[in-house]
Design a protein around this ligand. Sequence first.
Ligand code: DGL
Length: 260
Amino acid sequence: MPNTAATILVFDSGLGGLTVFREIAAARPDARFVYVADDAGFPYGNMPEEALITRILHVIGKAIDQHAPDLVVVACNTASTLALTELRARFKVPFVGTVPAIKPACAQSATKRIAVLGTQATVGREYTRALIREFAAGCDVALVGSPRLASFAEAELAGEPVADAAIAAEIAGCFVEASGRRTDMVVLACTHYPLLLERFRAVAPWPVAWLDPAPAIARRVADLMRNVPAAAAPPSPRIVFTSGRAPSPTLVRALAKYGF
Ligand code: DGL
């Protein structure tokens, strides 16, 4: 029985990637996980592209040197839609990215009216526009960029709840009714947003399906790792904050729910 655990590096600007991590950890419970939160650069959604790409290559490159992962999951749409191509060109390790799930949303929508809710950067990227051109034929897509929701999710995890009205204002643009057809599906195109899912449901003007891509990402990771053998005794997951901060007691309790 091998005793060296497969190592998976999960990366995000902050704690949104936990929503992807929990699915991958369920799919490969034997793996050794290192979660890198680039909180010193948070939020990525507001950073100019050139600076962001340089930063992502630097932070991920350093983490690859330190932890020698078998696979890297970029659990951040804002980073994936900008830097996946460069990351794959620069490093040998396989990468799994997180990009807006436009194809399955359009396929599953009955009204053929969907919304993509992400950071302003993600919804503005050519990568996202190309997905719409390729996969959204016959489906109306509202692109809704939120400047604040990722920070709201971080605040909630830190024990500082955000008012309903503030959340409702950020998601309002997703709910479109025109030509007798209403939005019936919202793509969660930022990994922070599933952390707020119950809040979204509570303030939504009408019920919709919320598409979280994390289960599909976990299936992809499990598939790519199928030949990396299971370890007898995997170590506990580890979380690294690029700011070097010590998490508050409230955050420590929140992280414990994810196994950290
Ligand atoms: N979690 C990130 C995403 O999926 C972005 C949050 C941010 O840093 O703005 O896009």
